[in-house]
Design a protein around this ligand. Sequence first.
Ligand SMILES: [Zn+2]
Length: 114
Amino acid sequence: MGNDIFGMHKHHIVFRSQGGLDFDLNLAEMTLEEHEGDDGPHRNREKDLALKRGLQGKLFELFPEGDYFDIDTISRKLGRTSRYFDKHFRKVPMVGGLFPGEEVVRRLMGGKLY
Ligand SMILES: [Zn+2]
C-alpha cells in the first residue's frame, strides 16, 4: 500500500506480508477506491486471486517451467539489481547452480502457486 503524490496507490499483488517483493510487475497502480473499496483486492478475494493469477501467468512467460536461470538474468528480467534478488533467493532450491523457472515463479509469488 501507499500513496504517491498524484493520489494513486501502488498495490503489491503478492502482499509484502505474503512474501511479495518490490518489482514492477508485482505493483498495480490503483485509485483509492479500486485499492481499498469493497471490490478491491484487500476486501474481495476473487479480485485478489485474479490479480495474482494474472501476475503468475506473466511470470511463467518470463521464467518457463523447464528452463533455468541465474540471478543476473532474473534480476534483469524484473528490472532490479541482482543484489536485491540475491538476498531474497537464498532459500530457493537450485539445480546445477541455477534456479528452475517454476521455483523462480514460486518465490516471486510468495512461496506458493495460485
Ligand atoms: Zn494493497
